[in-house]
Design a protein. Sequence first.
Length: 473
Amino acid sequence: MKDLNYYLDKFGVTLALMQSLVSEGLGCGGSWCDLYFEDSSFADLLLRDSKVSAGGRHTDYGCGIRVLNGDKTGYAYCESTDAKALSSAARAAAGIAAGPAAGFPRDTRVLQVPDRYPMRRDWRGCDMAGFVPLLEDIEKRIRSKESSVFKVVAMLSWQVSDILMFNSLGEVSFDTRPMGSITVSVVFRRGDLTENKTASRSFRCGVEMLGPELVEELSSMAVDGIDARFEARRPKGGKMKVVMGAGASGILLHEAMGHAFEADFNRKGQSIFADKMGRKVCRPGINIIDDGTIDGNRGACNFDDEGVPGQKTYMVTDGILTSYLHDRISATHYGVAPTGNGRRESFRYNPIPRMRATYMDSGGDGTLEDLLKLAGDGIYVDQFANGEVKIGEGDFTFFVKSGYLIEGGRLTMPVKDINIIGNGPKALADIEAVAGDLKIDDGTWTCGKEQSAYVSCGIPSVLVNNLTVGGGE
């Protein structure tokens, strides 16, 4: 169980000081004030040209203070937790959000939740040199599995953040957030042709994530399917049925639909779903979820960055739009409880609604093979890249990294150099079948909406009608 005293000592503050800072934050009449203390450690190692030739460590430390007054937000931060610096930041935030006076309770309440990502071995206590053999082993295994490997680049990185939060409800919350990631990029060469593949794994856990199983998984992922990449051709384009494979193709769900469910876009009338709450958006039986409660997941959060406990939020329930993704501001606007989606890149940033692990739940329409037979002819895609989405209109375009033609209900020719083009709400409405094979992808997904945030995504195999495939003539 995490101990409040550890975090108070870490930042050199007391409950009385935090109460005083909130009082100063509300001194010009704000209606809400919160404090966000952060102490983060980062490190990475890079293998290139068969040598671990680069690496480094750095830390980030400070506190962000936010004051709200209606639609006005005052935000200030300091890279020190000295009482004088904190007081100055609180007064600065207060001045930005000045308004009618408000008070706050003097009693404090410590919030605690189950820890979804305990570290058995803390990254901060490990010698980075000890990880060099692991990266070398990954490269050796990749080269042993495929003779056309030309270049391997592998990176191990980790981060551990201690977080302490306090707000004008008198709530205290605290958390230690680990993150370990390995990314492997491989260039293959056969004659005059080159192809590349990237494999990655990322988890909220300690050094215990590293081991022979992970090395084997990454090296296999890096070479699997490379023959198909070299054989792939650009198919004829047009409107057709598309089967999205389970797992990584969930990035289309994240980009084309998940962002449109974030409450700030809807509160401002910028999302295509702004007027669709409580309405049918897809066929019955489909559930779309944003989840902060998956143990060890890259998008997991014991608390969000406003001190709201992490939770599992059904955005679409049985085909009906039932919830947006809320921070405290949007929750107040809509008169609902916050969903634990207030997230920030660091103490330097104001929290905004962000996704965590976004996925569609398994359906009852059989297996991937059943969906291929139902499609008859079309395109199967299992990896997307370089997506573009217009939140207001819902239009999206995604480049296909890996896929196959579907002919007569079977996978045939590998395809490449195509785009999948569609509209988020229409694509939802055009879902014909959902298989029962949900897979959450554990890659190094990072969302870049104004700030960087760790996320994950997933989807079962899904058959969508009438998407446009941009291919050859």
